[in-house]
Write a new protein. Sequence first.
Length: 138
Amino acid sequence: MKSYRRELWFEVPSRRGFVNITPRVEDCLRESGIREGLVLVNAMHITASVFINDDEPGLHQDFDVWLEHLAPHEPASQYRHNNGEDNADAHLKRQIMGREVVVAITGGKLDFGPWEQIFYGEFDGRRKKRVLVKIIGE
């Protein structure tokens, strides 16, 4: 069995945002040479997320509105975590959207269902953060 590891770095210029990272994960897969196996993609920061869904701007706006409704940023004073920080809402949003995804690799390609893409979700941006791509297989 072969193993491959790479870190992808992101710096979203706004507080929140969604980035389609599928092409970068596919680059990792090609570089790994693995044809059959699994890829793990996970956010290495507790205020960011990795998830699978449709790459449709209206859906991304709906996610943003929904998450802000569930865990509003303001007022920051509503959260116990915010002792000198203002990112408690980002921790909650990450918990909802998830930490990682695992995708099967078949024939050297990500084995997706219709419309599926991998996204990096940022909830406390404006600084560099990383995503781990770990691929195992043959």
